[in-house]
Design a protein around this ligand. Sequence first.
Ligand SMILES: Nc1ncnc2c1ncn2[C@@H]1O[C@H](COP(=O)(O)OP(=O)(O)OP(=O)(O)O)[C@@H](O)[C@H]1O
Length: 448
Amino acid sequence: MDKIKIDPTKEKNVFSIIPDMEQEKKKIQGDYSLLHLGISSIVLGVAMNSFLPITPLVYIFYGIGIGSTAFHVTAKKQLKYETLLKHCNLYKGDMLPQLHEKKKTSYGYCLRFSLPPGLSSDDFKNKKKAIEQFLDRRVEIKYAHKNILLEIYEKELQRDYNFEVIETKGILELVIGHSYNGPITVNLLDGEPHMLIAGETGAGKSTVLRAILTILILTKDPNNVKLHLVDLKRGAELGIFRKCEMVNSFSKTPEEAEGRLYKILMEVERRYDLFAQYDCVDIKEYNKKFKTKKLYYQLVVIDEFSELKKEKDSLGIIERLAAMARACGIHLLISTQRPSATVINGDIKANVSVVLGLKTMNDVNSRIVIDHDGLSDLRGKGHGILKHKGKEIEIQSMNLQPYQARDLLKDTYTKKDDKNNFEPKKQKTVAGEVENFDFLKVFKGDKY
Ligand SMILES: Nc1ncnc2c1ncn2[C@@H]1O[C@H](COP(=O)(O)OP(=O)(O)OP(=O)(O)O)[C@@H](O)[C@H]1O
């Protein structure tokens, strides 16, 4: 590890400990004379303006003033990063990483560099501490598409957010947590229909899922949304929701889950037939046409969906649902603690585009989840990166413990719960919803 004792705010110190930086020092001094020229020109322009009528000369002074001040500021910024890279030995021969983009973000800045031949992303990552000392800021270094992303944090995200019920407008607009700019929501009816939550054990998947579902149940009309819960930890995590009116089915084992998924797939097919019959393109149009026989939206929630691979058809059905269910109002919210390439395969990735990446064990898993490193550096306990609509947002989920959720939900418990078995209340079928069809007979053996 490099030992550097400098005050990063004072360039003087930097140059005094790095002898080959003398030239940089001269350049910056040159830029300061530009700044002086800029300021004096503006002052002269203002002075002339108050004594003389506006003349072209005044404009020339203003022009020189503004131009040279701007040049000074840009050159100084550029030099700051060049100095940083040189100071941290991040160059090869006389080639520095090239700065391609500097973006203002909710947390500070993100710089995108390409690397010169011979310099690797690991070289960059090994210098994380040195860069942090130089900039006096927390940084994250990520590798994405052959570029290095250097995220500079001007602010820190709070570590603990108490749970609060946040109302959202959309029928399936989920509250994920807090970012630097306040609560963050994802509307599954607005372009990106399915969501994945991935992270190692203890990363906070169950807690964030609990908070999302509690808010959904407390704030949305159960006549518009129904939930299918699949909890392959034998019902231990999602069990607190099973008696809620909004919950349509609850599966605790891979076999039960497979049966339920077949049934949901049949419902997808039935809805497509309905749309074809009544000349509608999707659920929105259908519900507009048939106001008294509306189809409800369905959210299929699967906690630990990698467990489903024991039932050979289940992953295939999930892939199929992810690919075709959106137009008919059926959406997926799936979580896994095994973000391997076989679980989060190409089909899932292509169709489940909203991703909440929580802490992962290593960079390989991070790349599988969000396409670049970074998740292994998170703090855990609900600290995550949300990928949504082409953006990435650092979030902290709200802390909702099971006993708190149970307390909040008790008024929504409308179902009997005998010996832990879920007895779904006989649903009034909407527009002839599939209920008692022998789906297994029909689908077993079919290829999905
Ligand atoms: N947003 C949060 N704020 C504070 N503490 C949290 C938060 N999320 C999770 N935790 C704490 O972190 C621990 C692990 O959380 P949780 O059980 O949700 O993780 P998990 O990813 O579901 O783990 P597993 O896969 O082993 O079930 C718990 O003690 C929980 O209280």
